[in-house]
Structure formats: structure tokens, C-alpha cells
Design a protein around this ligand. Structure first.
Ligand SMILES: Nc1ncnc2c1ncn2[C@@H]1O[C@H](COP(=O)(O)OP(=O)(O)O)[C@@H](O)[C@H]1O
Ligand SMILES: [Mg+2]
Length: 146
């Protein structure tokens, strides 16, 4: 893949799109054959891609900002720069007034945008987005696609 390139797997429900992402992200291990990223064998290894799963899987006891910085919290500790980036994303994606809100008080579309921000905040070169805009109304979806 080239920088800035989008590849969109398309197919009917149940055909294996999410399973493909689970394999590439290392959550699942293929029975045979292997997964390579940039010619490196990453079969069954996580941590090589940012992955936004089909369900938002937000942590209910963490605020918007703390959900966006979850990746850093779990790996190396949250820095000031991580928090600043999270606040920047939240403003950019329409959640600037909800920084300290918790997921239960937010709509499905807002939750989905937080999940996207959390994936962007991993700062991985390769992002897997599983139906990332499915819970958004058509107007917000157009804005997010831009
Ligand atoms: N954990 C699992 N164990 C067994 N079968 C599964 C599991 N997850 C999904 N499947 C099956 O794999 C197929 C592909 O599922 P999935 O990748 O979620 O499809 P899609 O994302 O394209 O809708 C479906 O037939 C589904 O029932
Ligand atoms: Mg799916």
C-alpha cells in the first residue's frame, strides 16, 4: 500500500470482512499461510496496526479524552502530548464540548467517533477500520469521510 491509499474490502454480511481484519491485526491466527506487512511476517502478532473494531468497545469508566489515550495508557503511559493530541482530535471530530463526558452519556455516533480517534491516536501507519461510520447519520458520515 502507498501512503494515503485506501483499500476497501466490500462484501455481504458474514462473508469474512471482520475476520480478515482480526487476522491482519493478529487477534486471530490463520490455520495455515501467514500474514505479512511490508514483507515482515507478523502472523499472530498484535501491535503492528491500528484497529478500530466494528463494536466501539469504549471503556465505560474512562472519559472521552481518557478513552482516546487508552492505547498509550496500556503501553507506555500517557504523556502531555498524548492528552493534547486527544483534545485536538476531539475538537476536530465534534466532541470538543464533551472532553470529560463518559461513554454512557453519549450517542452511538459520538461513541463511534471516539473509537476512531482512539485508533488514530495509536499513530500507526496502517489503520484497519471496520465499518467505522456505520453508526453515523449521513451528514456526519460525509464530514468524517472528508
Ligand atoms: N468467533 C467466531 N467463531 C466462529 N465463527 C465465527 C466467529 N466470528 C465470526 N464467525 C463466522 O465467520 C463468518 C464471517 O464473519 P465476519 O468476519 O464477522 O463477517 P463480516 O464482517 O463480513 O460480516 C460468519 O459466517 C461468522 O458466523
Ligand atoms: Mg463485520
Amino acid at each position: 500500500m502507498q501512503p494515503g491509499e485506501f483499500v476497501s474490502p466490500v462484501g455481504p454480511s458474514g462473508c469474512g470482512k471482520s475476520t480478515l481484519f482480526n487476522l491482519v491485526s493478529g487477534l486471530l491466527r490463520p490455520d495455515d499461510d501467514r500474514i505479512e506487512i511490508d514483507d515482515v511476517d507478523v502472523t499472530g502478532q498484535s501491535g503492528h496496526v491500528g484497529y478500530m473494531l466494528q463494536e466501539d468497545l469504549l471503556v465505560p469508566w474512562r472519559s472521552v479524552v481518557d478513552n482516546v489515550t487508552l492505547g498509550a495508557a496500556l503501553t507506555r503511559g500517557v504523556t502531555k502530548a498524548d492528552r493534547a493530541q486527544a483534545i485536538d482530535f476531539a475538537r476536530r471530530y465534534g466532541l470538543g464540548d464533551f472532553l470529560d463526558h463518559y461513554p454512557h452519556a453519549l450517542s452511538g455516533g459520538m461513541r463511534q467517533r471516539i473509537a476512531l480517534m482512539r485508533t488514530l491516536a495509536t499513530n500507526h501507519d496502517l489503520l484497519l477500520l471496520d465499518e467505522p461510520f456505520g453508526a453515523l447519520d449521513s451528514q456526519t458520515r460525509l464530514e468524517m469521510q472528508q
